[in-house]
Write a protein that binds this ligand. Structure first.
Ligand code: LLP
Length: 420
């Protein structure tokens, strides 16, 4: 459930008209609903009520806006970060370092040291050498790093190849058959405390089966590690739960996910960690855009909007579907292609889609753009960096400025040999 709905004939986000935001902030612009973020955070937590001790670390890569992080911190969420930049964001939003998990296959030595120095809660190690380096840095400073070993369970998540992470050939985690030996060697090092294991098999999962298969394998690994004498007290089950993008699409609910988790992990006696991203943020945001032209096409007209692949990259990258609806629908429909102004045929959001009839100057939204939207934006074609607005009830605030093309240009320099 989200809080983007028609009121008096026009789409609102909670109590604020999207027409007002477009008039005052301009388009394209991302618009987020605080109430939706809060609801998703609560529903996800509620789903896990029978899963015992739980730690929720929002995967901030999904939407790292500082105001969004603060909303989720207020819901008791920690953070899953994958870079020094994300770590700094999480801290700046008021998330305690002890509630932050550091994932990622390429943490640099500087990032490991930075995270250690702030008292990070948990490092999810991706390879043995990373653990050795982390242990050495910590030991040299008289500290102990808290860590888990990320395991690749070799499970096909059944999602888009570019967002699948748990197959043996993917770059993530250590092979599950090598995990006991690697874990044993790392656990013997000074400077590091190996608390348990972590997995994350992919994103936008539309069934629970691959998750259940992976969790079952992890359960067996935990038993083996304990049999070898390791006191395991944490298991990080990652993120990955899919969300509906198409009208009427049904995805496993957080309650169904939680029930499966409770069943599979019964008796593990650990603190379970979760790294949800999309399920929290996806339907809490839309990309508000304006129709520039409706251009006649050979088969269907092209609706050319002022948002483009640089603002919302998912359709171009993953052939992702984002529902497109008019802000003030007339009830009439049209079959159209939807595209942005960028000079690539890939800058196309939809082909031959049945949509609300729109004309030049109309406002429309791409739904389900709260996750992996603004954060993946670029300035390709020397376009501005898209701004973000957060709504709460009947008020709104610009929580990330539009960064104008001129501002980006001003950061570039001509070397003296070109100006002489
Ligand atoms: N934990 C780890 C270690 C991850 O790599 C990810 C996502 C998550 C948690 C959160 O997964 P979620 O709950 O959001 O599925 N840009 C792509 C998605 C990339 C996901 C990367 N990792 C997209 O737009 O679909």
């Amino acid at each position: 459930m989200d809080h983007f709905a028609l009121k008096d004939g026009a789409l609102h986000c909670e109590g604020v008209s999207l027409e007002t935001i477009a008039a005052e902030v301009g388009t394209p612009v991302y618009v987020y609903s605080t109430a939706t973020f809060e609801r998703h955070a609560q529903v996800f937590r509620e789903g896990l009520k029978d899963a015992g001790r739980v730690h929720l670390a929002y995967a901030i890569k999904a939407n790292p806006n500082r105001a969004v992080l603060r909303v989720l911190a207020n819901q008791g969420y920690g953070a899953d970060v994958v870079s020094g930049g994300e770590l700094a964001r999480a801290l700046s939003a008021g998330i305690p370092a002890s509630d932050i998990v550091f994932s990622g296959v390429g943490k640099t030595r500087d990032e490991l040291a930075q995270a250690l120095s702030v008292g990070l809660g948990q490092f999810n190690l991706e390879l043995e050498e990373e653990g050795q380096v982390l242990a050495a840095i910590a030991h040299a400073q008289g500290m102990t790093a808290q860590a888990t070993l990320r395991v690749n369970p070799d499970v096909d998540a059944g999602t888009h190849a570019k967002i699948s992470t748990g197959k043996a050939e993917n770059k993530f985690g250590v092979p599950i058959d090598q995990a006991p030996a690697i874990f044993g060697r790392l656990a013997a090092l000074p400077g590091i405390r190996m608390r348990g294991v972590a997995i994350h098999i992919g994103s936008q999962l539309s069934t629970l089966d691959p998750l259940e298969a992976a969790f079952t394998r992890i359960g067996r690994l935990v038993a083996n590690l304990r049999a070898a004498g390791h006191p395991i007290d944490r298991v990080d089950l990652g993120g990955g739960l899919g969300v509906p993008y198409r009208p009427g699409e049904v995805m496993p609910s957080p309650a169904e996910f939680g029930a499966m988790v409770a069943r599979v992990t019964r008796g593990w006696d650990v603190e379970l960690m979760f790294e949800p991203g999309r399920v929290i943020a996806g339907n809490a945001g839309v990309l508000l855009t304006k129709v520039i032209w409706v251009k006649p096409g050979v088969t269907n007209p092209y609706v050319i909007v002022d948002a483009a692949m640089n603002d919302l990259a998912r359709p171009a990258l993953y052939d992702a579907y984002h529902d497109f609806v008019a802000v003030r629908p007339t009830g009439e429909r049209m079959i159209a292609n939807i595209a942005g102004p960028v000079c690539e045929s890939g800058d196309t959001f939809a082909m031959g889609r049945d949509i609300d009839r729109v004309v030049s100057g109309d406002l429309a939204i791409f739904r389900t753009a709260g996750a992996y939207g603004a954060t993946m934006a670029s300035t390709y074609n020397s376009r501005a960096l898209v701004p973000e607005v957060l709504v709460s009830g009947d008020k709104y605030a610009v929580v990330a400025d539009r960064i104008a093309a001129e501002t980006i240009l001003a950061a570039e320099r001509l070397p003296d040999w070109l100006t002489a």
